[in-house]
Design a protein. Sequence first.
Length: 437
Amino acid sequence: MTAPRPLPQNHDLERQALASVLVDPEAWAFLAPLAPDAWHNPATKELAGLFHDLHAAGQPLDDAGLILGRAVESGRGHLVNAAFLAGVMTAETTGFYAEHYAAELRRLHGRRETIRRSHQAIHHATEGDLSAEELAALVSQIGGALEDRRKQGFTTHAQAIDAALADIESTAPNALSTGFSDLDDQILGFEPGALYVLAARPAMGKTALGYSFGLHTARNGGHVGVASLEMPAKALALRALATAAGVDLHAIRQRTTSAMDRERLRVQASRMRALPITYFEATDQTGASIARDARQLRQAGQLDLLLIDYLQLIESGKGGNENRVQEVSAISRSLKKLAMELEIPIVVLSQLSRAVEMRPNHRPMLSDLRESGAIEQDADTVMFIYRDEYYNKETDQQGIAEVIVAKQRSGPVGTVRLSFSSEYVRFGNLNRNPALL
């Protein structure tokens, strides 16, 4: 019987990496971001942990006596002892090579993690204890272990402070623009890792507004993924063309457009053809399949914003008689985790309950989110669309839509007014030159 091959590892390299820190403590800056499991040898893993502790406490990393004392105090003395430390210190190296060591250790760790995930997928495929979609989602994560994302299981307070300071001092925008100046002022755009919920009753224009977010991102060079469970890609593209060309969508559907209208549509089609938008077209999309496809696009560098239309149409894929409220709650939580994992903003459209129609004031509230109170908890920002002209034909708010920011985890709530053209299903900046969206 053939003996199993050992996992990819290089213990000599691990010792050299830590020796570079003993020679030059500044080298720790390159090794600190490594995940704990990037160190395969138990002793080097413990020594790296000691370096983390000492660095967080502001103590020197090149004091052998201090290291051995801390090892005994923390119960690591059986691995990090004088003999082991002396062996590490004999390695010939300098801090100059620390960045190279970190890259190699990260690569080896990625290979080990790929093997682990592959074995996990094989186990579940053999046992048959996962649905097809769950198994596909698990398989989709295998290649992610090879990505150089420099993530670790723990972040020290010092690292968090440094990251926050770097963000404060950066002049580069950290968020994608919504395409609407006043809305950007209110929510500061779409930030990576955040979940945005845009909810409305039917006919308020939530698909049009959500899709306009994606179009604006694509026009500015960002890659957009669209998981539409309500409308096919062709219907969304048709809307986009009608809006951009200023052609009545109803006339297009009735085949009553003029020659001039069709020429404007062709001009816009040539301009929009190359926009980096990818549609998720599976007819039986589930939360797991959306996550799988999003990971695939992100790994290929082709996803900066994910738009989902809409939450209540997503199935878990598990079947059975699972409570729908619990099912939607689980899906909303998974979307928030996906946004953080992929480090992109996710905008998910949502329906509202009929309670909105029963009140004299039809403006939505957080309690109107349909089928799940968890949506409110999981979302970083919740926005509602309200158009008074829909309910009151005599209103003086004709052609005006309110985007009500009902929740914002890191900012104020409030209402932003946009222009709205029902003829072209188009939102615009109010009291400004309306860009074609």
